[in-house]
Design a protein around this ligand. Structure first.
Ligand code: ASP
Length: 549
């Protein structure tokens, strides 16, 4: 019977993919132990194989999204019919993202992974994070101020000031850290001033930072914000009196975008001034908006649009068939992707070590993701559609495993659409809208991770700076910004790490502490991408009901 052949094929492909992932991880762990550095060329080859598979998936994303959204509109016959499903989809995206964030917060507060962490590790991570940020922001050593002041014979450095120019792009802050040794009568002090031309300097509001009288490291928290028109910053330094010495360091850090700026960016993300540019950068949101508008116009043209209508439908069909072909290659492509990445981590000596030092943090994120996928999403699926969550999960398994292997929900989108439509029997009307939109804005896994990681960082930071207290309102701010950051994150590998800076900034955590979660991010990214993709598929199945009812 054709139906049972289909499901047998599907089961076989899933098993091949699972086998490929297991084999890849085992070989990646055992291989480097047996063959050491001589394995690097093989890893290089595997990387090429994985990249070929990834590029083939990415190659179809843009035409597929445009063709499928347009054919969806043409199938509906009238764009107004999108109103109700559209509203359901957006409500689903928002509510599941919030549920994910809340789950992440609860789990990380219970497991408390930051508690057991070694403060020396926090310092090391901070340095690594600082380098990464400096690199990302194009900051170089000129943008760093440093004074070493020893009271007594070298007190000549007192009252010195230094200035640097600010890179024009973006919002900046100045972070000052004063390392004071000895009991001070008057604590060390740093004063930040600003200028537009480098000649006339004015005081910055909140620009004065005073250390305490006891020995210790005092750090601005959050960084002192500088306005966007500032081009030069000067810092005056007054050392302590009475103690042994004080060292002041100050540097520019990317500043906190305001909530207003975040909303502004989210709105602007929907529109493009250059359609081809968005295609090149695989920015799906403006392409979806354009395709809806274009499809809607086609529906008003009647018989004059017949040729282009049948062209769009044929492109869509051809691409779906092409994806079927790609899925046959999936076990091989996935093997290459996973083996190469895990083997590289193992060769660099990271993998098993990281699993140990970051075990509790990883556990929190993975447990949170599992609860969200297994309980929350499955319950919603069952409640709204009466489908069996297990059967649906199995039907979507190829997409979920591809998401795990590629770390990109956008690259996985073609497979998600194919599985939802062909395996799970979700109607094309739903998959054509809900999945492309979901792959770009619905990221439950990312939101959960952003919230959990921010709390983990806050817990670890509180060990080194007891003045930082993780209050309930800070947790609420983390929840809100994590939701926005997940909506704004692109469906590409480790995009969540970038938008994570918004969350850290919002609660005044040093951005450099991203170094704490950096080394393990490539691995957690796989789990959260899998949940992102599963969340999108559940959304497509639920919203499907609103097209029919
Ligand atoms: N890699 C994720 C995705 O593509 C985004 C993230 O970094 O969280 O869905």
């Amino acid at each position: 019977m054709p139906e049972s052949n289909k499901s047998k094929n599907h089961r076989h492909s899933t098993l091949y993919i699972v086998g490929a992932i297991v084999l890849a991880v085992v070989l990646a762990i055992v291989g480097p132990a047996l063959f050491g550095e001589s394995l690097r060329p093989v890893v290089g080859l595997l990387e090429v194989g994985g990249e070929v598979f990834l590029r083939m998936l990415q190659m179809v994303v843009v035409p597929l999204v445009m063709a499928s959204v347009m054919s969806g509109i043409l199938g509906l016959g009238d764009v107004r019919k999108l109103g109700r499903p559209g509203a359901y989809a957006v409500s689903y995206y928002l509510s599941t993202t919030i549920l994910a964030v809340v789950t992440g917060l609860i789990v990380v507060n219970i497991v408390n992974p930051g508690r057991g962490i070694d403060p020396a590790l926090v310092e090391d991570a901070r340095k690594e994070g600082e380098q990464t940020l400096a690199h990302a922001a194009g900051r170089n050593e000129r943008q760093r101020f440093e004074w070493h002041n020893v009271t007594g014979d070298r007190s000549a450095t007192a009252g010195e000031s230094k200035n640097v120019s600010i890179p024009a792009k973006g919002v900046w802050g100045v972070r000052i850290s004063i390392d004071q040794v000895g009991q001070a009568e008057t604590p060390a002090r740093a004063l930040v001033q600003w200028s537009e031309d480098g000649n006339e300097f004015d005081e910055l509001p909140d620009g004065e930072f005073v250390a305490g009288t006891e020995t210790g490291i005092y750090t601005t928290n959050p960084a002192i914000p500088v306005s966007e028109k500032v081009r030069f910053v000067r810092i005056d330094f007054q050392p302590q009196e009475g103690g042994t010495h004080s060292i002041v360091e100050a540097y520019l850090v990317p500043g906190a975008p305001s909530i207003g700026a975040i909303f502004r960016n989210l709105v602007l993300m929907l529109f493009t001034n250059n359609l081809l540019g968005s295609m090149v950068e695989i920015n799906l949101l403006p392409l979806i908006i354009f395709s809806i508008a274009f499809g809607a116009m086609l529906t008003t043209l009647g018989s004059r649009a017949e040729t282009i209508t049948s062209l769009v439908l044929s492109i869509n069909d051809a691409l779906m068939n092409f994806i079927l072909l790609l899925m046959k290659l999936a076990p091989l492509g996935i093997f290459c992707l996973v083996a190469a990445r895990f083997a590289r981590a193992q060769l660099d000596g990271q993998f098993l070590t990281l699993l140990k030092t970051q075990a509790w943090y990883m556990t929190s994120v993975i447990v949170g993701l599992s609860i969200h996928a297994v309980f929350t999403l499955s319950f919603l699926l069952w409640f709204f559609t009466r489908r069996s969550p297990w059967t649906f999960f199995v039907q979507m398994s190829q997409a979920i495993l591809t998401a795990f292997s590629t770390s990109s929900s956008t690259a996985t989108l073609p497979v998600t659409m194919e599985c939802a439509e062909k395996n799970a029997g979700v109607s094309s009307r739903s998959t054509e809208f809900v999945l492309p939109l979901g792959a770009t804005i619905n990221m439950d896994g990312t939101a959960l991770y952003e919230a959990a990681a921010a709390i983990f960082i806050a817990q670890a930071y509180a060990l080194t700076d007891p003045s930082f207290v993780l209050t309930f309102d800070k947790q609420v701010v983390i929840a809100i910004t994590a939701t926005l950051a997940a909506i704004g994150a692109a469906g590409i590998p480790e995009a969540g790490l970038v938008t994570m800076l918004i969350v850290l900034n919002a609660v005044g955590l040093p951005l450099e502490l991203i170094g704490l979660i950096l080394p393990i991010d490539w691995l957690l990214d796989r789990f959260r991408t899998a949940v992102n993709t599963y969340g999108d598929s559940v959304g497509a199945a639920i919203v499907d009901k609103s097209f029919t009812s």
